[in-house]
Write a protein that binds this ligand. Structure first.
Ligand SMILES: *Cc1c(COP(=O)(O)O)cnc(C)c1O
Length: 811
C-alpha cells in the first residue's frame, strides 16, 4: 500500500522530471537524446530556481508590505561555492531530485560536480559573507548582500612539474550562470574623475556639482539566497559594469569606431576580475574604482528603495543598517553624505549624523600592512567630491580629539583620517560608523588595547566583539551527510537550525555502540578523502592513516612552513630510526598563494619537494605521506573536512583575527592542534583543554619576545632537532638541480623570523607527539571527537548573525 508520504514524494519526483525535461526542450532547445550532462545540470538548476522564484517574490513582497528595517551586507567578496546542492538541501528536495535524475539516467552527485564554484572571494573574509547570507535567510532576517559580479573570480591553481603554483583564469560564467537573474531595470550611473564646481542658489546657499566626469553604468544581477526549509529567499545583488551609451555615441560621432569600442572595453574592466590580496600594498587605481563602483550603485539602490515609502530621510537609520565587511566598502561613508547633501539637499550635520547611525564596521585584521590606505592624490583625482568630504570629516574629527585631549598633537596625528598624503580607511570607518567589531574575543581585545587603543579611549562604547561563525547547513548537513544522519538519528534534527542542540550528543561520547558507529562513518569519510588525494596528486594514501590537514590561504603568519619543517623532522626520524613507534599519517596541505607573494609560493614548492622525497622513501612512506592538494576552494573544502582527523591551526598568536576553517574542522569531529590565537581560544574554552592540543607562545608572549629582542639564531643553536631539519634543507637535497632554491626560506627564519616559527617549533613537535599518543587510543580519540562536535554549537553563523542583529543592527 502506498502511504500518503510516498505518494507525495512520487508526485514531486514526477514534477521534477517533467520540469527538467521541459527546460532541456524549451530553454535549451535540445531533444533528450542529444542533451549533454552539462545541459541536464543547467536544466536541473533552472528547475530548482523556478521553485525558489515564488518564494523569492513572496519574500520581497512581505518585506515591502511590512516596511521592515533592512540590513545590507556590503562586501567586495562573497565566496559562495556551488549553489545546486545548497538549494536542494534548503528546499528539502535532495532525495526527490536524486530520484528524478536517476530515472532520467543521470547521477545527481556527478551533475553537482559539473557546477563551477562561484569563487568571488579570496578566503575567510569572503566565505564569512556567504555564511552570513545563509544565516540571515534561515533566520528570516531581511538581509541583502551587495557586491561585484566579477567575470573572473579567484584564479584556479595548478601545480607544474616542479611543484610550483601556476595561476589560471577562472572562467566561471563561460557556460552561463543559471542561478542569476539580470535586472537591467536596476541600472545606475556611477561617476569618476572630473571636478567639483560650487554655485549659489537664489537664497545664497552653496551647492556643489561634480562635473566633467567619466561615467560607468552598474547593472544588477540577483542571486537567490534560500533559507533552510522556511520559504524565505533573500537576495545577493552583484553589480556588473557596462559602458554608458554616451560613450559609444561620442565615438561614433567622431567617426572613431575602434576607439569607441576600446573605451567600452576599458570601462567594463571594472568588474572583470577579483583582486587577490596584494602584499606590496600598492594603491591600485582599478581596485579603488571597484570599491567606489559597487558602493555608489548600492547606495543609490538603497536610497531608491527607501524613498519608495518615504519623503524625508528622518527615519533612514531606523530602516537601513549597512554593515561594512572590512574597510573595502568604507568609501560608502563620504558617498552617502554626498548623495544626501548634493542630491537631496541635506545639511552637513544631519548628513553626518545619519551616515554615522547607518554604518557599522567589521575589522578583520591587525596586520599593519593589511590596513587599507589610499594616496590622497589618487583618491582626490578619482573622487574629488568625496575627498573634500573626507577632509571635512577629518578636520572636524581632529577638533573633537583635541577637545577631549587638549594639546595632544601626537594623539591627534595617530588618529587622523588624513595624515600627510595618506587616507586611512580604518580610521574613516571607525569615525563614520556607530559600531566597530572584531571577529573573535582575543582579536577585539587586541583592537582595543593596541591598534585602535586611541579610538577605544575616546569612544569605548563603539567597540564590540562578534565571534565569527559558519553555517552548519553547508559545512555539516551538505558536506557530511553520513555523520549528519547519525546525529539526527541520535538527537533529532533541530541542530540544523539550532546548533547548540548538539550538546545532547555529550552523553553519547561514553556510549561504546555509538562510538563504534561514529568510527565507521569516519572511516568511510577518511577513505573517500584518501581517494580524492590520490586522484588529485597521484600519491597513494592508506585510508587507515590519520588525516592531518592544513587547508587555508598560504601566508607566513599561518605558518604552513612550520608544518613542513615538522614533516622533514618526521621523515628524518622514520628514515634513521628502525621500528619507530608512530602511527601512520597523511599530512595534507591546500591553499592558494597571492600571485605576487613570492615567499608563499616558494613554501608551496618546498611542500611539494618534501612530499616527493617522503613519498618515495620506503622506510618513511610506510608511515608518512605528504601531499599538496591543488586548487583549494569551497567545493574541495566540503570534501576534505568530513574525512579529517587533525586540524592544523598553528598561526603566530595574535595574528589570525578569528579563523573559520578551525570551526568547520571541529564541527566535523577533527581534533585541533593549535596556538591560542583567534577563535582557537574560544574553541579551547568550549571543547575543554583535554580535547584539544594547544601549544606555543601566547599573543602577549609573542609581543614580549619581540620587545625583548627576539633572536631566532639562538633557537636554532638550542634545538638539535630544529638544527637537523634546517641543515637538511640547506644541504640542497630537496632541489639537487638548484641546491640554493630553498635557502631564502631558511635564512628568513634564521635572520628575522617575524612569525616566530623557530620559537614555537619544539613545542609544536612535542604537541604532535601528544597527538600521536592520543591517536593510539582510538576509543578515547573518538570520545574527544564526539565532544568536539557536541560543543561546537557556539560556532554557528546563526549565533553570530543573531549577535549582529541584536547588538549592532538593533533589528
Ligand atoms: C573556511 C574557508 C577559508 C578560511 O579558512 P581559515 O583556516 O579560517 O583561514 C578559506 N577558504 C575556503 C575555501 C574556506 O572554505
Amino acid at each position: 500500500m502506498q502511504t500518503l508520504e510516498s505518494g507525495r514524494r512520487s508526485t514531486r519526483v514526477e514534477a521534477l522530471k517533467r520540469d527538467i525535461e521541459s527546460h532541456v526542450r524549451y530553454t535549451l532547445a535540445r531533444d533528450n537524446a542529444s542533451a549533454t550532462e552539462r545541459d541536464v545540470y543547467m536544466a536541473t538548476a533552472w528547475t530548482l530556481r523556478d521553485r525558489l522564484a515564488d518564494r523569492w517574490a513572496a519574500t520581497n513582497a512581505r518585506y515591502e508590505h511590512r516596511d521592515v528595517k533592512r540590513v545590507y551586507y556590503l562586501s567586495l567578496e562573497f565566496l559562495i561555492g556551488r549553489a545546486l546542492g545548497n538549494a536542494l538541501i534548503n528546499l528539502g528536495l535532495d532525495g526527490a531530485t536524486a530520484e528524478a535524475l536517476e530515472e532520467l539516467g543521470y547521477n545527481l552527485e556527478e551533475l553537482m560536480d559539473r557546477e563551477p564554484d562561484a569563487g568571488l572571494g579570496n578566503g575567510g573574509l569572503g566565505r564569512l559573507a556567504a555564511c552570513y547570507l545563509d544565516s540571515m535567510a534561515t533566520l528570516e532576517l531581511p538581509g541583502m548582500g551587495y557586491g561585484i559580479r566579477y567575470e573572473h573570480g579567484i584564479f584556479r591553481q595548478a601545480l607544474d612539474d616542479q611543484g610550483r603554483q601556476v595561476e589560471k583564469p577562472d572562467n566561471w560564467l563561460m557556460d552561463g550562470n543559471p542561478w542569476e537573474i539580470a535586472r537591467p531595470d536596476r541600472t545606475y550611473k556611477v561617476k569618476f574623475w572630473g571636478r567639483v564646481q560650487a554655485h549659489h542658489d537664489e537664497e545664497g546657499r552653496v551647492h556643489f556639482d561634480w562635473v566633467d566626469t567619466s561615467d560607468v553604468l552598474a547593472m544588477a544581477y540577483d542571486t537567490p539566497v534560500p533559507g533552510y526549509c522556511n520559504n524565505t529567499v533573500n537576495t545577493l545583488r552583484l553589480w556588473a559594469a557596462k559602458a554608458t551609451e554616451e560613450f559609444d555615441l561620442e565615438g561614433f560621432i567622431r567617426g572613431n569606431y575602434i576607439a569607441a569600442v576600446e573605451a567600452k572595453t576599458q570601462t567594463e574592466t571594472i568588474s572583470k576580475v577579483l583582486y587577490p590580496p596584494d602584499d606590496t600594498g600598492a594603491g591600485k587605481e582599478l581596485r579603488l574604482k571597484q570599491q567606489y563602483f559597487f558602493v555608489s550603485a548600492t547606495l543609490q539602490d538603497i536610497i531608491a528603495r527607501y524613498l519608495t515609502e518615504r519623503k524625508t530621510f528622518d527615519d533612514f537609520p531606523d530602516k537601513v543598517q549597512i554593515q561594512l565587511n572590512d574597510t573595502h566598502p568604507a568609501v560608502a561613508i563620504p558617498e552617502l553624505m554626498r548623495l544626501l547633501m548634493d542630491d537631496h539637499g541635506l545639511e552637513w550635520d544631519e548628513s553626518f549624523d545619519l551616515a554615522r547611525r547607518t554604518f557599522a564596521y567589521t575589522n578583520h585584521t591587525v596586520l599593519p600592512e593589511a590596513l587599507e590606505q589610499w594616496g590622497t592624490d589618487l583618491f582626490g583625482r578619482l573622487l574629488p567630491r568625496q575627498m573634500e568630504i573626507v577632509r571635512e570629516i577629518d578636520k572636524r574629527f581632529r577638533a573633537r580629539v583635541l577637545e577631549k585631549f587638549p594639546g595632544d598633537a601626537a594623539r591627534e596625528e595617530r588618529m587622523a583620517i588624513v595624515s600627510g598624503n595618506r587616507l586611512r580607511m580604518a580610521n574613516l570607518a571607525i569615525v563614520g560608523s556607530h559600531t566597530t567589531n572584531g571577529v573573535a574575543a582575543l582579536h577585539t581585545e587586541i583592537l582595543k588595547d593596541s591598534i585602535f587603543k586611541d579610538f577605544h579611549e575616546l569612544w569605548p562604547d563603539r567597540f564590540t566583539s562578534v565571534t565569527n561563525g559558519i553555517t552548519q547547513r553547508r559545512w555539516m548537513l551538505k558536506a557530511n551527510p553520513r555523520l549528519s544522519s547519525l546525529i539526527t538519528e541520535a538527537i533529532g534534527d533541530e541542530w540544523v537550525t539550532q546548533l547548540e542542540r548538539l550538546r545532547e550528543l555529550e552523553p553519547l561520547a561514553d556510549d561504546a555502540a555509538f562510538r563504534e558507529r561514529w568510527m565507521q562513518i569516519k572511516a568511510g569519510n577518511r577513505a573517500r578523502l584518501a581517494g580524492i588525494v590520490t586522484d588529485l596528486t597521484g600519491t597513494p594514501v592508506d585510508p587507515a592513516s590519520m588525516m592531518d590537514v592544513q587547508i587555508k590561504r598560504m601566508h607566513e603568519y599561518k605558518r604552513q612552513l612550520m608544518n613542513v619543517l615538522r614533516c622533514v623532522d618526521s621523515f628524518l626520524m622514520l628514515r634513521d630510526t628502525p621500528d619507530l613507534d608512530v602511527p601512520a599519517r597523511a599530512v595534507l596541505f591546500g591553499g592558494k598563494a597571492a600571485p605576487t607573494y613570492w615567499t608563499a609560493k616558494l613554501i608551496i614548492q618546498l611542500t611539494n619537494a618534501v612530499g616527493r622525497l617522503v613519498n618515495a622513501e620506503p622506510k618513511a612512506s610506510r608511515l608518512l605521506r605528504v601531499a599538496f592538494l591543488p586548487d583549494y576552494r569551497v567545493s574541495l573544502a566540503e570534501k576534505i573536512f568530513p574525512g579529517s582527523d587533525l586540524s592544523e591551526q598553528i598561526s603566530t598568536a595574535g595574528y589570525e583575527a578569528s579563523g573559520t576553517g578551525n570551526m568547520k574542522f571541529a564541527l566535523n569531529g577533527a581534533l585541533t592542534i593549535g596556538t591560542l590565537d583567534g577563535a582557537n581560544v574560544e574553541i579551547a574554552e568550549n571543547v575543554g583543554d583535554e580535547n584539544i592540543f594547544i601549544f606555543g607562545l601566547k599573543a602577549d608572549e609573542v609581543e614580549a619576545r619581540k620587545a625583548a629582542g627576539y633572536n631566532p639564531r639562538a633557537e636554532y643553536e638550542a634545538s638539535p632537532r630544529l638544527r637537523r631539519v634546517l641543515d637538511f634543507i640547506l644541504s640542497g637535497v630537496l632541489s639537487p638541480e638548484n641546491p640554493g632554491l630553498y635557502r631564502p626560506l631558511v635564512e628568513g627564519l634564521l635572520f628575522s623570523d617575524p612569525y616566530m616559527v623557530l620559537a614555537d617549533f619544539d613545542a609544536y613537535v612535542e604537541a604532535q607527539e601528544q597527538v600521536d599518543f592520543a591517536w593510539g587510543d582510538q576509543q578515547d580519540w573518538t570520545r574527544k571527537a564526539i565532544l568536539n562536535v557536541a560543543r561546537s554549537g557556539f560556532f554557528s553563523s546563526d549565533r553570530s548573525v543573531k549577535e549582529y542583529a541584536t547588538r549592532i543592527w538593533h533589528l
